[in-house]
Ligand binder design. Structure first.
Ligand SMILES: [Zn+2]
Length: 453
């Protein structure tokens, strides 16, 4: 009796031990059953020059790693390692064998084999294998500028048409010396592109380079040559008076500043001239940075938004404000102010899509129209808006009436032109000679050259 019960207890004990052992084996990272994770794309474009990065991760550590490169007839080991100290993550760079190794194949198979440090599989560990197709691409993109504006003026715009060739083109953009990227659009025939580019008013120098990269990271740069015209803009000094701050400025500050009551008259002015102006310009920049493909190259005509208007302030004026004899703030005027009669009709002389039609800070009631090509026009201080966001407008449609909303003292239109988020000189877009030299002329020359190629 005694003996049988102790045998029973012993069997029970062993059973429990086995269950715990099984649970331990099941849960323990020492016996994990997951194969190493190999991060690799199905298809990799390789220029055979830049090292190929490879990452393996495993919860019990990477014990063995081998990478081979092969084609139909040959194979070479690019990497092989038995690790003594197991790491959960292994990152290596693969280099193409020096002097090559076999055929002039256009594609290879890259095979990655990894074994982890798990005691699973009778202490052999879990293994993972991944194969990836390597497509060899050693050719850099070819860039050729077909035609471009002869010059660009500080604060103004220019056009470039170019050809970009690459079997595996990935990125194409125009970089500048002031951290702005311009996006090109397809032009006329396959492989050709154009872009309007701009020299911001506040930048002292201008440099633009076309950059093309392919999927194998081959890269080509082509700098665009322009004659740079460093236009002198007007500097003006304005002495602030309490009465001015008490009027329009306080109205705007009361509407937009959360801490209006705590601000002194001067602080209200600085809020409106700097904080609010900045917010407004960011809003405009955001809306006008999109490049829609609608092409207006045939129909675009000089802009002439207000009949019988006189210019009352130019684009680019630099204004310094003084208060009680001290310089307190400054700003750039990024539009052309036009005045005629009060509440005069504003027309768009070019078709497009209304992308903004609402009240905005110092600009007051405003309309922004997208004309395609990365080109936008802006109409501000309106007393009334006659279009809504999303409307398609035709040439000569009346879009609103002039007024004094926002930071406007007398009834006028603040007219702006914008290229991919950069406010440019509206004077250029109102000048048929400039447009001929920089828009139609360039497109026409480019087409003639492309047809000859
Ligand atoms: Zn203005």
């Amino acid at each position: 009796m005694q003996k049988r019960s102790s045998t029973k207890i012993f069997i029970l004990f062993i059973t429990i031990l086995i269950i715990f052992l099984a649970l331990y084996l099941h849960k323990s990272p020492l016996f994990e059953k997951n194969a190493p994770k190999i991060t690799l794309e199905d298809e990799i474009y390789w220029n055979l020059k830049d090292p190929l990065p490879l990452k393996i991760s495993d919860e019990s550590g990477v014990k063995f790693l081998r990478v081979t490169l092969s084609d139909d007839s040959n194979s070479v080991t690019l990497f092989s390692e038995n690790y003594q100290n197991l790491a959960n993550e292994v990152e290596i760079s693969l280099n193409y064998p020096k002097g090559g190794f076999f055929s002039k194949s256009e594609s290879f198979t890259l095979k990655v084999e990894a074994i982890d440090g798990s005691k699973w599989n009778f202490f052999r560990g879990n293994s993972g294998i991944l194969e990836s197709k390597i497509i060899v691409d050693k050719k850099s993109p070819i860039l050729n500028i077909v035609a471009n504006s002869y010059k660009i003026t500080k604060g103004g715009a220019a056009l470039v048409v170019f050809k970009a060739e690459d079997e595996n083109l990935k990125e194409l953009y125009i970089k500048t010396n002031f951290n702005k990227i311009f996006k090109p659009l397809p032009f006329y025939k396959e492989g050709y592109y154009f872009s309007l580019i701009a020299w911001p008013r506040a930048e002292d120098s201008f440099q633009a380079t076309i950059v093309a990269t392919d999927k194998a990271k081959n890269k080509t740069n082509a700098s665009i040559r322009f004659f740079l015209e460093n236009k002198k803009y007007r500097n003006s000094n304005l002495a602030l008076k309490e009465s001015f701050i008490g009027g329009k400025i306080s109205e705007l500050a009361r509407e937009y500043a959360d801490d209006f009551d705590e601000l002194t008259p001067l602080e209200r002015f600085i809020f409106v001239n700097e904080t609010l102006r900045n917010e407004d310009e960011k809003t405009i920049e955001k809306i006008t940075s999109k490049v829609s493909s609608a092409s207006l190259e045939k129909t675009i005509t000089p802009f002439y938004p207000l009949k019988n208007a006189a210019a009352v302030a130019s684009f680019g004026d630099y204004r310094t404000f003084t208060f009680e004899g001290k310089k307190v703030s400054h700003s750039y005027h990024l539009g052309l102010d036009l005045a005629s009669t009060a509440q005069a009709k504003i027309v768009t002389t070019n078709p497009g899509k209304v992308v903004f039609a609402q009240k905005r800070g110092i600009y007051g009631n405003s309309v922004i129209i997208d004309h395609g090509l990365g080109l936008y026009s802006l109409y501000s201080h309106c007393s009334s808006l006659l279009v809504s966001e999303g409307d398609e407008v035709k040439a000569l449609d009346v879009i609103g009436r002039t007024g004094v909303t926002g930071l406007a003292l007398g009834d006028h239109l603040h007219f702006g032109m914008i290229v991919q988020g950069v406010e440019v000189r509206p004077e250029e877009w109102m000048d048929s000679k400039w447009m001929n030299d920089n828009v139609y002329g360039i497109f026409k020359d480019a087409k003639a050259l492309i047809d000859r190629q």
